[in-house]
Design a protein around this ligand. Structure first.
Ligand code: GLN
Length: 491
């Protein structure tokens, strides 16, 4: 084996895969390299669990596959999983004290699909507790630092995934997006992320938050990498997720080379209103100009219920969460209080000790909006408006092919910057929630820097099942620009 490059961590997944296949580097060497980097940058708080033995055993098996002859693109490629996916060989906590030290008897479908494709798991990545949050500050295991500025949030809830990819501690990571948790951290950390259409990836083994919204996706450096990983992790899971879509496997890389001239990009007026910070607006505007230079045309559109997506989401998501989280009762798995008087007291103490503030807040809101007398006033109304939000998108897609706008109103804020004001976090989700409520695919790609040299992402939203097109639109931008190759100093 030739001596591999010391800058191995700067390679994209596609580049690293080429080196693995040509045997310039072995999977074991690559895994060792990334594990060493993860350990050296443990101060970022990105990883929650690593196991060198497990990782190197997987890498060794991948090397055997590579040696045996032509192998698939992901064989031997290291990656890491958001800790919301359960894994047999690593601890799975979902960022909660409730599941501290928990070991699952099985792998999530997304994890087993990537493993079957030959990917090697480096470990588990920090996230907001049960994926509830926008800053990764709701993790029971401490916040994650943004590699571009350690005093700032990496975004959330897939904050560990975004920070680890941006800091080159892993070439790519899985994430989940219920209301923006892939797109927003990707934007805050200057990387590329995609949440596919609801139902594309199986939810089996993804610790449930809001089941009608939860969707797995990828955080990586480029759209090309995202396409490769997404192709491996998506697919029908008939026996295990009844909402997974019954569609043949798709190679999302196939359209990457397509020209985009004549592409109609819808620009929703509501995404460019008052609340949008000037620095974010400037970077997004420049990206849209770049798209025009590539031959796309900008079409003004309206998504009139954008603002309503906040109350609608913050009724529906907590309602589903309150039901999903009832399983954490101290009986079946996870934490159980040491002291209690009777069964009810055991439930009460266990849940009081195991859940953090934000999770408790959502359980209370959720049970309230689902309770008799309030169900019609809140939950049912929210469901109706959710449908109207989805209809607004369908009207927009009659006049445009993709929709573009900011991912978040500002760049990453300071850790602790929103203090004890959960509403400040909720409001910052305004541009990512609409696509989630409509079940649409969305992505974020880096398009420049705002104040204090913090990354800014451009959000692209496509119609259902148009991931290939979306990735192609992002890829063409990345072929013409270099923002996705920018890397933080000091890591
Ligand atoms: N910030 C949103 C929330 O806290 C979205 C989280 C997510 O997508 N998992 O619910």
């Amino acid at each position: 084996m030739t001596q591999y490059s010391p800058d191995l961590h700067d390679l994209t997944v596609v580049q690293l895969a080429t080196q693995l296949r040509s045997r310039k580097v072995s999977s074991v060497e690559a895994a060792q390299h990334f594990l060493a980097r993860a350990r050296a940058h443990s101060d970022l708080g990105a990883f929650l669990d690593m196991s060198e033995d497990v990782t190197l055993a997987q890498a060794g098996a991948a090397d055997a596959r590579l040696a045996a002859g032509p192998a698939g693109a992901l064989v031997g490629v290291p990656l890491a999983h958001k800790d919301i996916f359960v894994t047999r060989d690593f601890v799975s906590t979902a960022g909660s004290k409730m599941l501290a030290g928990y070991r699952s008897p099985f792998d999530a479908s997304v994890v087993s699909r990537l493993a079957a494709a030959g990917a090697v798991t480096l470990g588990k990545l920090n996230c907001d507790e049960f994926a509830m949050g926008s800053a990764n500050e709701n993790s029971a295991f401490g916040p994650v630092k943004n590699p571009w500025d350690n005093t700032r949030t990496p975004g959330g809830s897939s904050g560990g995934s975004a920070a680890a990819v941006a800091a080159r501690l892993t070439p790519a990571a899985t994430g989940t997006d219920t209301g923006g948790s892939i797109r927003q951290p990707a934007s805050f950390c200057g990387i590329t992320g995609i949440k596919p259409t609801y139902g594309r990836a199986s939810r089996y083994g993804m610790v449930a938050f809001a089941s009608s919204l939860d969707q797995a996706g990828v955080l990586a450096r480029s759209a090309e990498d995202c396409a490769l990983l997404l192709s491996a992790m998506c697919g029908f899971d008939p026996d295990r997720d009844s909402t997974s879509l019954d569609l043949p496997a798709e190679d999302f890389s196939l359209k990457l080379g397509d020209a985009i001239d004549g592409l109609r990009i819808g620009i929703p007026a509501e995404f460019f209103g008052e609340g949008l910070a000037d620095d974010v607006r400037a970077a997004v505007d420049a990206a849209l100009k770049q798209y025009q230079a590539l031959g796309a045309q900008l079409v003004p559109i309206s998504l009139p219920r954008t603002e309503l997506s906040i109350p609608v989401y913050y009724i529906i998501a907590p309602a589903e969460a309150s039901s999903n989280l009832s399983r954490f009762d101290g009986v079946k798995f996870g934490h159980r209080a040491a002291q209690y008087t009777d069964l009810n007291d055991m439930y009460r103490q266990t849940r009081a000790e195991g859940f953090g503030d934000e999770v408790k807040r959502r359980i209370m809101i959720g049970t309230y909006v689902l309770s008799h007398g309030y169900y019609d006033a809140y939950y049912l109304q929210a469901q109706k408006i959710r449908r109207m939000i989805a209809d607004d998108f369908q009207a927009a897609f009659k006049v445009c092919d993709v929709i573009a706008g900011p991912v978040a109103p500002t760049v990453a804020w300071k850790l602790g910057g929103h203090g004890n004001d959960p509403l400040a976090d909720y409001l910052a989700d305004i541009f990512t929630l609409p696509a989630s409520l409509a079940g649409l695919p969305g992505m974020s790609l880096p398009v420049g820097f705002g104040a204090d040299h913090m990354p800014v992402g451009l959000q692209l939203i496509g119609n259902h099942l148009t991931e290939s097109r979306l990735l192609n639109v992002a890829h063409r931008f990345q072929q013409a620009t270099d923002w996705h190759n920018a890397r933080p100093q000091g890591v």
